[in-house]
Design a protein around this ligand. Structure first.
Ligand code: C2E
Ligand code: MG
Ligand code: MG
Ligand code: MG
Length: 271
């Protein structure tokens, strides 16, 4: 009896593992051609300046529609990284974001565009030159581009990362640390990498009534000591907005203002 149920459990495990692997392989097979098939597109979420209440920048977020199913980036970015597609996809995202940014500038000349980059892109020696080339051929101003790096990935070749960030900053672009506080050695990251913005992870914003508030306050104080501006992610309620505003957090982003929307919809909000 015992044996049979053990066996059953193993069977269930095998089945879900098998399904997981099959899905991953399906995503891999389609992702390789997703750019050419026009299955990828960008949506844009405003980042609000706390003092004016106005849209200061937008974050470009990648979307993938595969056979009428929306595959979330948290699922396919990992697949792209694992199977070596992220550099090509990342470069496509950068070009698209700069082109869209250029169109948005017709309405909001100083609007910033934030683009998420994978650590594999940042480790690539050619990346800073590719960014410079993209800015040139899209005619998008460097000071309006911000690259977001997820801080938990700072466990790589530190020398190379510091060099590449310095080269990127020389082109005039901005750099952000994304999801701040969720990785490790967070504070030393602020000390060692010279960036412009620190984006506090939404988990701290959501737990402000149970202790997250002290963390947000501490991060904000340390960030301003290093001259980094702070963005609070995942702001969903008026109460969160009020607390963050009182703490002097410079920028806010979240569903309270707007979820990620199409370029067309965003344009309505830029008017
Ligand atoms: P992220 O860069 O931290 O982006 C913020 C995520 O939080 C987005 O999810 C956004 O839709 C969501 N969000 C924003 N405000 C709220 C809110 O108030 N409440 C809630 N519940 N969620 C909110 P999304 O678009 O699913 O992206 C997930 C992650 O995928 C991103 O996290 C980013 O790390 C990655 N990603 C997205 N696009 C790209 C890309 O082009 N390249 C790379 N390398 N990664 C990307
Ligand atoms: Mg981001
Ligand atoms: Mg992230
Ligand atoms: Mg984030």
């Amino acid at each position: 009896n015992q044996k049979r149920s053990e066996k059953g459990r193993v069977g269930v495990f095998d089945e879900s593992l098998r399904e997981h692997l099959l899905r991953e392989l399906r995503l891999r097979d389609h992702l390789e051609n997703a750019v050419h098939r026009h299955e990828l597109f960008l949506v844009y979420q405003p980042i609000i300046a706390t003092d004016t209440g106005k849209i200061d920048a937008v974050e470009a977020l990648l979307r993938w529609r595969l056979d009428n199913e929306m595959i979330p980036p948290d699922e396919f970015i990992g697949v792209a990284e694992q199977y070596g597609f992220i550099r090509a996809i990342g470069l496509w995202v950068l070009g698209e974001a700069c082109l869209a940014g250029k169109r948005m500038h017709a309405q909001s000349p100083e609007l910033g565009i934030s683009v998420n980059v994978s650590i594999q892109q940042l480790l690539d020696e050619d990346f800073p030159d590719e960014v410079a080339a993209t800015l040139k051929h899209t005619d998008f101003p460097a000071h309006c581009l911000d690259l977001e790096i997820t801080e938990s990935l700072f466990a790589h070749d530190k020398r190379r990362l510091i060099d590449n960030i310095a080269r990127l900053k020389k082109t005039g672009i901005k750099v952000s640390i994304d999801d701040f506080g969720t990785g490790y050695s967070s504070l030393s990251v602020m000390q060692e990498f010279h960036v412009d913005y620190v984006k506090i992870d939404r988990s701290f914003i959501w737990s402000m009534d149970t202790g997250g508030r002290a963390i947000v306050e501490a991060v904000s104080q340390i960030a301003s000591a290093f001259d980094y501006k702070v963005v609070a992610e995942g702001v969903e309620t008026e109460e969160q907005r009020r607390l963050l505003t009182n703490m002097g957090i410079e920028y806010l982003q979240g569903y309270l203002f707007l979820p990620p929307v199409s370029e067309e919809q965003l344009m309505q909000h830029l008017l």
